[in-house]
Write a protein that binds this ligand. Structure first.
Ligand code: MN
Length: 442
């Protein structure tokens, strides 16, 4: 278990946002894969963020208007269950280890929640998370209203989305979180470099995907932050291509979007490189254009800037490049205002990064202003250009080229740090790594 003080501070911060309303956060539900086989359990990000607790079937309740404000419901010790599914912390240990005011057995939740709800006018929870839990909560609120109908204590009569508050709290990463994110980025860097060396004509995308996963696990990141995209040639033009089961072809590029998750913190990295180790002339032209946009966006990542300004920069450079490549005709302004570039650059340039790869943080302030970049914020910069093979309106040498370059950027007090800068992206360095045998790197 990591340092618990920061979890306690986070709960206290959330309490401030809740004002007089009750807050409820639930552990991730159990996910069945098929019949009685299960997916690996992955804790709910918000639940972990405010408790540090990794077990399933747990619920955190925050009651700002009660003397005791923090309540955690956990699975009780059970020798037989533990024999099959592993150790549980249990009620007694959870109280001391997690430093929470009151800990109860999850078996008592239905009974206890009825008496925790009164004296709070609203209930904030993850409205769009676990549907069956939301149904249960509505039942508990109704039972509370009935039980306390003649009491002077108000029963909850409003529901709210607790993520509206957690999206503020998770935006700025603390020192511990940054350490975890740096580790995730380091592991991803090793995996991407190995993938460059591994890829060759006739190797299958699945082998490269497996190597990435192997290196993540070997380096201490138990899982990936999302399904890897290992997309040879035209497959790169399917933005969320995760089939990863085709043979790599001589002369094609390979786009890999893959990132390790360390201690539930994500990295998110994309590189695109030549399968045979040498960019062709046209591949180089498109690659350098995307790289130019990416570097320009990274350079302008300074405190006070916003993600939309960064996106506008990428859009400007890529659109001008599309005009120079004679893919688009007309003026730069016209192509931007008419969104013609979107056919070849259909996605955004950045998203927040944290416990979730698309971290659930606000992009605007309450006053509808763009969030200004500041120390501790982490986000991606990932411009790309896509020319599907099926698009006969573009000249044939471009068809089947899909390129994206993505790094993870941490804001500092005076500028930024590129957490994934170790992975080559200059033409010569990329070709060098691609041509090296994998054994040399291990
Ligand atoms: Mn991304």
């Amino acid at each position: 278990m990591e340092i618990t003080t920061s979890y306690k501070q986070r709960r206290t911060d959330l309490l401030t946002y809740l004002k007089g309303s009750i807050g409820i956060l639930k552990a991730a539900p159990h996910m069945t894969r098929s019949n009685d086989t299960e997916f690996q359990f992955r804790q709910n990000s918000n639940f972990k963020y405010f408790t540090g607790f990794s077990e399933q079937e747990s619920i955190l309740v925050i009651t700002p208007n009660n003397n005791i404000k923090f309540h955690l419901f956990v699975r009780p010790k059970n020798e037989l269950q533990e024999l099959w599914t592993g150790k549980r912390m249990g009620v007694d240990k959870a109280k001391s280890i997690l430093d929470i005011d009151e800990v109860y057995s999850i078996d008592d939740f239905a009974e206890k929640i009825i008496d925790l709800l009164p004296d709070h006018d609203a209930v904030y929870c993850d409205l769009f998370g676990d549907n069956s839990f939301m149904q249960d909560m509505l039942g508990y609120i109704k039972q509370t209203q009935t039980k306390y109908r003649k009491s002077s204590l108000i029963s909850p009569y409003k529901l709210g989305d607790i993520k509206h508050f957690t999206k503020n709290l998770r935006l700025t990463k603390d020192t511990n979180e940054i350490q975890f994110m740096k580790r995730a980025a380091q592991v991803s860097s090793k995996a991407h470099i190995a993938a460059m060396a591994k890829a060759a004509p006739n190797v299958n995308e699945s082998e490269v995907a497996a190597l990435i996963e192997y290196i993540c696990k070997k380096e201490g990141a138990p899982s990936l932050a999302y399904e890897s995209i290992v997309a040879g040639g035209d497959n790169a033009n399917t933005l969320h291509y995760i089939a990863n089961n085709q043979k790599l072809n001589d002369g094609d590029l390979l786009l890999i979007d893959a990132g390790a998750e360390f201690n539930l913190y994500a990295s998110d990295v994309t590189r695109t490189f030549p399968i045979n180790g040498t960019f062709s002339g046209i591949q180089k032209d498109v690659y350098l254009l995307v790289l130019d946009a990416q570097k320009s966006c990274i350079n302008m990542s300074l405190p006070g800037k916003s993600l939309i300004e960064i996106h506008n920069e990428a859009r400007k450079i890529l659109t001008q490049g599309l005009i120079d490549l004679k893919v688009l005709s007309g003026s730069l302004d016209e192509n931007i205002t008419e969104s013609h570039y979107k056919k070849y650059y259909p996605h955004g340039t950045s998203h927040w990064l944290g416990m979730d790869v698309h971290d659930e943080c606000h992009y605007h302030t309450e006053k509808r202003k763009d969030i200004q970049l500041a120390k501790g914020m982490v986000f991606t910069i990932e411009p790309g250009l896509y020319f599907p093979k099926s698009d006969k309106s573009i000249r044939s040498e471009l068809q089947g080229i899909g390129i994206r370059i993505e790094d993870d950027i941490l804001m500092t007090a005076i500028g930024h740090e590129n957490l994934t800068s170790q992975i080559p992206k200059e033409i010569k360095e990329v070709e060098d790594v691609c041509r090296r045998p994998l054994q040399e790197l291990q």
